[in-house]
Design a protein around this ligand. Structure first.
Ligand code: ADP
Ligand code: MG
Length: 472
């Protein structure tokens, strides 16, 4: 049995035991490079695949290999980036190998619409949007709870539900998640999701076919009508008229209507009549940018979903600097992953800082200084070490339990810098200082804030430390 046959038999053994998307992602373009002696050398195309196979599947791979070659006891993973090249015929092409047993990984449906009733189409709801994977911080608890309530009891509590907020903050996610949940609870319900542009197109088509009467009745039997980005109906009088006709009909029949917009009802311009009264009849909620901690949690979740490992300091740095939208947050993360795959490196702060700078050339990038620290990231560890060095104490004393004055003040200063420069949460800082409680950290930070009002010496100390770290 040659190495190729050996690897194929291992893959056939593993495939049924591993989730399909994972399997197709991590075993694509892999190969056995060598199987002499007791060690199996597995070639992988990039560091992500190496880490993943090594951490998650090492045991399974060895077990499966032993069935063919009992002397194998270890596996080693080597990066051979050429495995992805077409000319390098060592890399396994899973699509070919599993033609008959694995359905190709499901692609995003290429048909953007489905018929839900005769004559009624809906955009396909994206299953990746669920209420469960919408992360909740204090600021979006209410919108999430309301969406949950609507999903559980469509048409009874809050109809219409009007969700508004700036772009990229999760409106579409929430709207589609409700649709998905309603269908999950009751597959017989008729849920229609449209953007307002589609709605306008349908009306234009109906007018073209001289069939606006038919249009009026189109949504009569729909249980839940979701219209995303309603602001695009502005200045389209006939579309608005048809829309309100549909709206009233569904409303009168206790059906669920869900709308989204970039502005609250009272600020919507370009509508024939003031639409506030109708949109306000149910429930109006706004989505806002989540705080730092939630942004960080979203990034962590995205890394899990994409099965990649990014060091915490890089994620913290992104969460700290992106304060526009969650879409931008995800965008940066995905760009970074793509780039590090191409360059075969692990994502680092310098890479992200450079990307951020390109994106927002005028905006200050916090926590990274291109001039003084072109190499290094600002991690919590950097700050702890710099503070310790400045006060001539050891880092372990600084974060440890000792309660002497000459240690406690530097410790408070260090906590203060972590909070104000890296925007760490109190809990997170406490954990770094030997599991101290968040109230201890809060107390330390407010004490330093107070003293900074009139303590010249402290101001000087703090400034020199920040300069050394590269925050100036
Ligand atoms: P909008 O419709 O408001 O412009 P989207 O719903 O398209 O924004 O959201 C942009 C991206 O951000 C989506 O990928 C969405 O899944 C993600 N997102 C936004 N808010 C959250 C959240 N709280 N938790 C998880 N993902 C979120
Ligand atoms: Mg949207």
């Amino acid at each position: 049995m040659d190495d190729r046959e050996l690897w194929e038999s291992i893959l056939f053994r593993l495939e049924p035991t591993i989730q399909k998307t994972h399997f197709m992602t991590w075993f694509q373009d892999t190969a056995v490079i060598d199987s002499e002696g007791d060690t199996l050398i597995v070639g992988v195309p990039n560091p992500f695949a190496r880490d993943w196979l090594e951490k998650k599947y090492n045991h399974k791979i060895i077990q499966a290999a032993q069935e063919k070659k009992p002397e194998i006891r270890y596996a080693k993973y080597e990066i051979h980036s050429s495995l992805t090249d077409k000319e390098d015929c060592r890399g396994t092409n899973l699509q070919n190998l599993f033609k008959n047993s694995v359905k190709a990984v499901r692609k995003i449906a290429n048909k953007p619409e489905v018929k839900v009733l005769p004559g009624v189409s809906s955009k396909i709801l994206n299953e990746k949007y669920t209420l469960h994977n919408f992360l909740i911080g204090t600021e979006n608890r209410l919108p999430h709870a309301v969406c949950e309530a609507v999903a559980q009891n469509p048409g009874s509590l809050y109809s219409p539900l009007f969700v508004y907020g700036d772009v990229g903050l999760g409106k579409t996610h929430l709207l589609q998640a409700i649709g998905n949940q309603i269908l999950h609870n009751n597959p017989d319900k008729v849920v229609v999701y449209l953007t307002s542009e589609q709605f306008v197109n349908e009306i234009v088509n109906a007018i073209g076919k001289k069939n606006t009467k038919g249009f009026k009745n189109r949504y009569r039997n729909v249980d839940c009508l979701i219209v995303d980005d309603i602001q695009f109906l502005a200045n389209k009088a006939q579309s608005q008229e048809e829309f309100f006709h549909t709206f009233n009909h569904l409303y009168d029949n206790n059906k669920q209507i869900i709308l989204s917009s970039d502005k609250p009802p009272r600020e919507l311009n370009g509508f024939e009549e003031r639409p506030q009264s109708r949109f306000n009849m149910g429930m109006v909620v706004d989505v806002v940018l989540p705080e730092y901690e939630t942004r960080l949690a979203i990034l962590q979740r995205k890394c899990q979903e994409n099965q990649i490992f990014v060091t915490p300091d890089v994620l913290e740095f992104i969460a700290y600097n992106i304060t526009n939208s969650i879409r931008e947050l995800e965008g940066i993360l995905l760009q970074m992953i793509a780039r590090s795959r191409v360059e075969q490196t692990t994502p680092n702060m310098k890479m992200v800082a450079t990307m951020l700078k390109k994106l927002h050339c005028d905006r200050e990038i916090k926590g990274y200084n291109f001039e003084t620290q072109p190499e290094g990231p600002k991690t919590s560890a950097d700050i702890v070490n710099t503070v310790a060095e400045y006060f001539n104490i050891t880092s372990s004393d600084l974060v440890g339990p000792v309660r002497r004055k000459e240690i406690m003040i530097p410790r408070q200063i260090c906590m203060y810098i972590l909070r104000h420069e890296l925007e760490k949460s109190f809990e997170c800082i406490g954990a770094q200082f030997g599991g101290r409680s968040h109230t201890t950290v809060m107390h330390a930070c407010s004490k330093i804030s107070k003293r900074l009002q009139d303590d010249e010496r402290l101001i000087r100390d703090l400034n020199s430390i920040k300069q050394t770290i590269g925050f100036y």
